[in-house]
Design a protein around this ligand. Sequence first.
Ligand SMILES: NC(=O)c1ccc[n+]([C@@H]2O[C@H](COP(=O)([O-])OP(=O)(O)OC[C@H]3O[C@@H](n4cnc5c(N)ncnc54)[C@H](OP(=O)(O)O)[C@@H]3O)[C@@H](O)[C@H]2O)c1
Length: 241
Amino acid sequence: MPRVALVTGGSRGIGAAISKALKAEGFGVAATYAGNDDAARAFTEETGIKTFKWDVASYEDCAKGIAQVEAELGPIDVLVNNAGITRDKPFHKMAPEDWNAVINTNLTGLFNMTHNVWGGMRERKFGRVINISSINGQKGQFAQANYSAAKAGDLGFTKALAQEGARAGITVNAVCPGYIATEMVMAVPEKVRNDVILPQIPVGRLGEPEEIARCVAFLASDDAGFITGSTISANGGQYMA
Ligand SMILES: NC(=O)c1ccc[n+]([C@@H]2O[C@H](COP(=O)([O-])OP(=O)(O)OC[C@H]3O[C@@H](n4cnc5c(N)ncnc54)[C@H](OP(=O)(O)O)[C@@H]3O)[C@@H](O)[C@H]2O)c1
């Protein structure tokens, strides 16, 4: 039986690249998404990877969704917490809704997902939890008090849980991408990308989703069994944590 991997937000952007990379490594893969049915349908047609729709911000929906994935594919061995959103605003303009939406998806979503697979991983004495944080959780970013707080929280979550999982055969690690060429970043005006973002990146280009996916595939592999509580920074040298 192939190991089973679940990738949240696995139908688009970085998540789609992760889903494909894990499939190529021989995992049975489930990709979740929030609401973009057309993108999910196109992704399944292209890759043959099944998609499941629920909101990671809801604990109950995560419990139900994970039970459905496990009934169809088998117990989840690898969880990639990748789903994430931005609601960027300078702090003085940031509304409670902007704060709550980002914290509930990008931080509480990790609790909701991981809590619902943790018991099974402990029983089976194997698990890989890989959290997609961000360079902006490491260094902070103007107009992202909500996002930076959530992504920094993801790193604390990773390190605490790594200590709890170690004796149970579960590794917990994080990947911090820098600027990656996905819809999230391509939505930034081209002039801002060229004049503001690119000059900050020593390698002189945006990263590719596949470059993050390869980090995740490594952390999910047996070769990474001695690595836990770590953060891989993949940011073109923009920030050396
Ligand atoms: N792109 C970058 O440069 C960059 C840099 C650092 C970190 N990151 C992080 O990397 C991750 C992926 O980013 P991306 O750029 O690939 O994003 P993206 O292209 O916007 O894709 C986001 C994915 O997450 C799903 N999603 C969003 N909210 C969700 C929710 N509440 N419940 C379930 N799924 C949800 C989306 O589903 P729908 O398709 O249904 O909307 C989509 O599949 C995020 O955590 C992001 O913060 C990205």
